[in-house]
Write a protein that binds this ligand. Structure first.
Ligand code: HEC
Ligand code: HEC
Ligand code: HEC
Ligand code: HEC
Ligand code: HEC
Ligand code: HEC
Length: 499
């Protein structure tokens, strides 16, 4: 819009185009820069090995946004120029006709040209940086802090803390790619407008198939033999008695290449287990079919209530995720979280009945936000203990357990995110192996007695837990015998057990 005519009108000067002004020129540089970024990002997006849904935000929203802004600035410049001309009732001489003999013009041109090039380089660099930023775990886990905090927190202490979010969460192939872009955009808009579901519903429907994710790093043929696990527990008694169970899990009792048995039999290449769950969370499995892929024979099991066949399109083939549904984000139960601190010694077992009290403190009904939790927990514990020396440390530890276990802002904890790997606190394996699913001939599902999946080699406390039995032990329930009809999860809910 600079108006001072600096040089006399050149002979034959035509009426000056309204697009011929500084504002429009700046707009044009911006538009060209973002067009360039857009092309670069699209290229990286299409050729990159990692398909990040959020990259779509930069590629298809931010870059075009700048492009549109640039074009708008160009038109604004033209409009302002016209206004100026009308106001001054004069047609501007075309002072922009390049005159290389004019030093001032030459200098301006060089300045403008190099400014433009630098801008282009900067936008290329910016695009490249945003590409890598969008790929990072930090972006997924921390930018949408309040939305992703539960998953990020649980992820960081899991076995997969070094595996990028996108490895498990973004599909490959053209449709998965577009779907992920749409999803990422929808999620970011949802997050910005604070309009997303709490808790985020599971099972996640568009997760990459296990073949493409888990099996890149873990392949079923590799497993063999037993896995030795010890579960440390404490009883809700005054003296905080410990109670451990050590067992061998028969993950794969066969050898590689042999007919694969054991727990990982479900994913062996020669057979398939399909099922139909009556609920969205896949917890109420009412129908299943086992197919022997070699001879094509199959067997169907139903629970007592379900007759007939599942509706079309609802049958799912079992894969890793049907048992390992929480490989990266384990939401421990209140019990397990407290017991873990006790086992590590960070929560003193000298405080009488600390297990029960700590669990009660973190599951208080009237804690509704994370900010009020520390105060209420401290108050609760101070009400139960007097002046024990361990109290301040215990308060701090229980507050920490709360912060990493229960996420009230997202309504996320073990109660809404069941883990399907066992059967104590959630139905898990017992969704199918419960002796209640039967074939037409009345057969029950194989592996439904206590020794088919694991052998308990030690249980109890102290020396009892140290003495190993190779023959295997019958499980001694610490709270005595109970009605056989009950399933573990009927009583064990992760909080305070009821009978
Ligand atoms: C090892 C694979 C893996 C990695 C790595 C991973 N996730 Fe997940 N994530 C899963 C699986 C499997 C589920 C689905 C659980 C279900 O459907 O029940 C899931 C579920 C989720 C959910 C839905 C809510 C929930 O808790 O089920 C969110 C949100 C999520 N992940 C975010 C992230 C973020 C953020 C990261 C990186 C910090 C990440 N994930 C890394 C496997 C992974
Ligand atoms: C990029 C490689 C990678 C991918 C993809 C991956 N994992 Fe892992 N996983 C690992 C590594 C490495 C470990 C071992 C960690 C250790 O030893 O502490 C591991 C450990 C495990 C363990 C045993 C340890 C535990 O405590 O949980 C399970 C179970 C597991 N992964 C399941 C899965 C499932 C299910 C998936 C797919 C959703 C998956 N993994 C995807 C690399 C991967
Ligand atoms: C969707 C239903 C379903 C779920 C969930 C399930 N299973 Fe199975 N499982 C089956 C079916 C069906 C069979 C085959 C039964 C038959 O042939 O009679 C089987 C067979 C087995 C076998 C025997 C394999 C062999 O050697 O032939 C073991 C062991 C086993 N399951 C363990 C588990 C464990 C552990 C879990 C939980 C982590 C689990 N299952 C979860 C359906 C399921
Ligand atoms: C029927 C349920 C079930 C299915 C399906 C299943 N697993 Fe497992 N897997 C288990 C159980 C149970 C264990 C024992 C560990 C435990 O209980 O935490 C285990 C152990 C593992 C381990 C730990 C091995 C080790 O040496 O520490 C890895 C890794 C693993 N599974 C990966 C996979 C992958 C990958 C798939 C899919 C190809 C898969 N699992 C399918 C139930 C299952
Ligand atoms: C279908 C296979 C299967 C059957 C049948 C089964 N279990 Fe388990 N059980 C598991 C798996 C898998 C785990 C490990 C869960 C984990 O890794 O967290 C487990 C864990 C346990 C634990 C340790 C749980 C904890 O948190 O301390 C006990 C105790 C136990 N089982 C007892 C039993 C008893 C008693 C029976 C018979 C009523 C039984 N199991 C039947 C698969 C099975
Ligand atoms: C009738 C209800 C009921 C049933 C059914 C039940 N339990 Fe328990 N269980 C309890 C109670 C109550 C305690 C004592 C809790 C305490 O002291 O904190 C307990 C304690 C335990 C403990 C040690 C402490 C803890 O909190 O983990 C384990 C392990 C356990 N049960 C495993 C199982 C398994 C595995 C099954 C299924 C095979 C099962 N229970 C079925 C009520 C039950």
């Amino acid at each position: 819009m600079s108006a001072e005519p600096t040089s006399p009108p050149l002979p034959g000067a035509a009426a000056r185009s309204p697009f011929n002004n500084w504002i429009t020129a700046i707009g044009a540089v911006l538009a060209i820069g973002s067009l360039f970024s857009f092309a670069l990002l699209t290229w990286m997006d299409l050729t990159g090995s990692h398909k990040n849904p959020y990259l779509g935000i930069f590629t298809y929203i931010v870059a075009p946004g700048f492009l549109i802004t640039g074009i708008a600035i160009m038109f604004f410049g033209a409009w302002a120029q016209r206004r100026w001309e009308i106001k001054h009732a004069a047609t501007m001489p075309d002072k922009w006709r390049l005159d290389f003999s004019n030093r001032a013009q030459r200098r301006l041109l060089v300045l403008f040209g190099s400014g433009g090039v630098i801008f282009l380089l900067l936008s290329a660099f910016g695009s490249y940086q945003s590409y890598h930023y969008a790929e990072s775990t930090q972006f997924c886990g921390q930018v949408c802090h309040s939305a992703m905090n539960p998953e990020f927190t649980t992820y960081q202490r899991g076995a997969h803390a070094r595996v990028d979010c996108v490895e498990c969460h973004v599909g490959s192939g053209a449709t998965a790619f577009i779907q992920a872009k749409l999803n990422g955009t929808r999620q970011l808009i949802g997050f910005t407008l604070d309009n997303y579901r709490r808790p985020i519903p599971t099972p996640v429907q568009n997760l990459r198939p296990a073949r493409e994710t888990c099996e890149k790093c873990h392949w079923p043929e590799k497993f063999h033999g037993n896995i030795d696990l010890t579960f440390d527990h404490y009883l809700s008694k005054k003296n905080n008695d410990s109670y451990g169970v050590r067992m061998l899990l028969h993950v794969n009792s066969g050898r590689p290449g042999s007919p694969l048995g054991g727990i990982h039999w479900h994913v062996n290449p020669d057979s398939a287990v399909e099922y139909y769950a009556a609920d969205e969370k896949r917890q109420d499995i009412v129908w299943m079919r086992v197919t022997n892929k070699k001879d094509g024979s199959s067997r169907i099991y139903r629970n007592q209530e379900f007759k007939g066949d599942p509706p079309a399109g609802t049958v799912r083939t079992m894969d890793c995720m049907d048992c390992h549904n929480r490989p990266a984000h384990v939401f421990p139960t209140a019990n397990d979280a407290v017991e873990k601190s006790m086992a590590l010694g960070t929560l003193s077992t000298k405080l009488p009945a600390i297990k029960r009290t700590a669990v009660q403190a973190i599951i208080q009904k009237d804690i509704t936000t994370g900010t009020e939790a520390p105060g209420k927990i401290a108050e609760f514990l101070r009400g139960k203990y007097k002046d024990e020396a361990e109290l301040p440390a215990a308060i701090a530890e229980v507050q920490k357990i709360y912060a990493t276990t229960i996420f009230p802002e997202r309504k996320a904890d073990w109660r809404v995110y069941p883990s399907n790997i066992g059967h104590k606190d959630w139905a898990g394996c017992f969704r199918c192996h419960d002796n209640k699913h039967k074939s037409d001939k009345g057969e029950t599902v194989k592996a439904s007695d206590c020794n088919s999946c694991h052998t308990i080699i030690a249980q109890g406390k102290g020396p009892e837990l140290a003495a190993l039995s190779s023959a295997g032990l019958e499980f001694k329930h610490p709270d005595g015998t109970y009605d056989e009809e009950l399933s573990c999860a009927d009583c064990h809910n992760g909080g305070i057990q009821g009978k």
